[in-house]
Design a protein around this ligand. Structure first.
Ligand code: MRU
Length: 342
């Protein structure tokens, strides 16, 4: 990821220490946090210091490797990691791979965690190359949440095609849904796009129908947290609404995700566990005041209850195609070809 002129990774592990950009503080403060043990890395996943399916997959693999390095009970560490966030498939994919590798040796576990992080970058780059073919010069793209650099070790899923198209010189404009309650679109996607010099506009979550009805959106691309065997896709809450709107207005709706997000053991979306997060995320917002002091303020009626499901499931029938590192799949039935890959 480009910050100024320097290339950064969202997360990495060096000498048993996991380093990650603190996404809770972006874009107001750029800080890299270091976690020396699996307990700290687990907590960072839970409190969303690191977030986004690909990035928490890498974090989970690193946490499992740290568990082996610390000589902790592997079964206990695996369960602790699995309990941090339930919806993103990448987390379970990585933790299981590193757990199995650790049965050979501690070094094998560390190597596997590093290999998965490298594959994460490679898959994202390929998703970008395939996805770029769907973007014409002058395209206006709507995206939801953050499935960019910060959601992966690098590049991202939904935004990888955007970055590649932009670097090729295509003129594109991205509408970044604000993505309440945590505002990953307004804070993180907008920050990434600004760093890369991609023309963009932050839009309220409820502006989708307005934009589409005015002919301002050519395609929608989002990432995914878990894709069931029939193609039903869990992603950030609000994604389903965009897919319904896109169908209504005849606009293509694409899901971009690597093999590690596909869960062939889950038959359809109804079996995907949806993470329920604290209602405080709805009630409070954090950011700098006019004097630059970071403050957390209440923005809802004191005493009212809030509901905070973190994801929803878009039925496969609303998805035009899936952009993966193995190519673009228009028919959900063809996704089963991915089962034996990776
Ligand atoms: O709760 P988050 O911020 O981890 O949710 C992120 C998303 O829903 C992204 O759209 C998803 O992970 C796509 S792939 C990075």
């Amino acid at each position: 990821m480009k910050i100024g002129d320097i290339h950064h990774l969202t997360i990495l592990m060096k000498d048993a220490v996991v380093y990650m950009i603190d996404q809770n503080k972006l874009p107001f403060i750029i800080e890299v946090k270091a976690f020396e043990d699996y307990e700290g890395t687990c907590e960072a996943i839970r409190n969303m210091t690191v977030r986004g399916a690909g990035a928490i997959g890498a974090a989970a693999g690193f946490a499992m490797a740290q568990g082996f390095l610390q000589g902790a009970d592997p079964e206990y560490v695996r369960n602790l990691i699995r309990a941090t966030r339930p919806t993103a498939r990448d987390l379970f994919f990585a933790v299981d791979r590193v757990f199995e590798a650790g049965k050979i040796s501690v070094q094998t576990a560390v190597d596997e965690a590093q290999r998965l992080a490298e594959l994460n970058v490679e898959a994202a780059r390929k998703i970008g190359t395939y996805g770029d073919t769907l973007i014409r010069d002058g395209a206006r793209i709507l995206t939801h949440c953050n499935a960019g650099w910060l959601g992966f070790v690098d590049y991202g899923s939904a935004l990888a095609p955007v970055y590649i198209a932009h670097r090729k010189g295509k003129r594109i404009h991205v509408y970044a849904d604000e993505t309440r309650p945590r505002s990953q679109g307004a804070r993180l996607t907008a920050w990434e796009l600004a760093n890369e010099g991609v023309e963009h506009t932050i839009v309220p979550d409820n502006a989708g129908a307005y934009l589409m009805s005015k002919g301002m959106v050519d395609l929608v691309i989002t990432g995914a947290d878990r894709i069931a065997a029939n193609g039903d896709t869990a992603n950030k809450i609000g994604t389903y609404e965009k897919a319904i709107l896109a169908r209504h207005f005849g606009i293509p709706f694409y899901i971009a995700a690597p093999r590690s997000t596909f869960d062939f053991e889950t038959p359809d979306g109804s079996a995907i566990e949806i993470e329920q997060r604290s209602q405080d995320e709805v009630h409070y917002q954090t950011g700098p005041d006019r004097d630059g002091k970071i403050r957390t303020i209440r923005v809802t009626n004191p005493g009212s209850e809030a509901l905070n499901p973190a994801f929803d499931v878009t039925p496969a029938e609303l998805i035009t195609a899936y952009i993966t590192e193995y190519g673009i799949f228009n028919n959900p039935a063809d996704l089963l070809q991915l089962k034996n890959k990776g």
